[in-house]
Design a protein around this ligand. Structure first.
Ligand SMILES: [Zn+2]
Length: 178
């Protein structure tokens, strides 16, 4: 169940999570290799880390391309669930609909990446969990843009913005409010 959840998360955040088996090569000796140690060659994984929409994630990426953040919401009880696990953890219903959220939230947790393991990524940068205003515990992973990493703080108010990274993909990202 946990592995299934992690794979589901990776489908939404390939650009923020390390490559998993079968999706991208993990050169020997890189930090992506389980138990791996020294970085011996810089991995050029930036292109294969771009999201590839599939039947599950296509509505999410289509909405992002059009400038909306949409997340799955249980059509039986109204609870948000992201990523869209098989059944609602409140009522057990499998039914959900992709529904717009406000894009407002707060930094729930974050880390600052200082090492440049992947070409195309320019450290230092922030990988954060954003707790959205719609529901306690409803979190989305993103980078924090337009803000020096040293200024990012737990609880900081942020709002969504969309970063175009290819001809078809705009990533939901966040920036400080005000
Ligand atoms: Zn429900």
């Amino acid at each position: 169940m946990l592995l299934k959840y992690i794979r589901c998360v990776h489908r939404f955040y390939p650009h923020l999570t390390s490559p998993s088996k079968g999706e991208a090569p993990a050169p020997k000796g890189t930090p992506f290799e389980p138990g791996g140690g020294t970085l011996v060659a810089m991995a050029d994984l930036s292109s294969c880390l771009l999201p590839v929409p599939d039947d599950l994630t296509r509505p999410y990426w289509q909405a992002a391309w059009e400038g909306r953040l949409e997340l799955p919401r249980c059509t039986a009880c109204g609870r948000w669930r992201f990523p869209p696990i098989a059944t609602c953890d409140a009522c057990g219903s499998p039914a959900f609909a992709w529904t717009p959220v406000s894009g407002q939230g707060n930094v729930y947790s974050f880390g600052v990446i200082h090492e440049n393991f992947i070409k195309g990524f320019d450290p230092p940068y922030v990988v954060a969990q954003i707790e959205l205003a719609e529901q306690p515990g409803l979190c989305i992973m993103a980078n924090i843009l337009d803000c020096p990493p040293r200024r990012v703080a737990i609880g900081m108010a942020v709002s969504v913005t969309f970063e175009q990274v290819s001809d078809t993909i705009r990533l939901p990202q966040f920036r400080p409010v005000g």
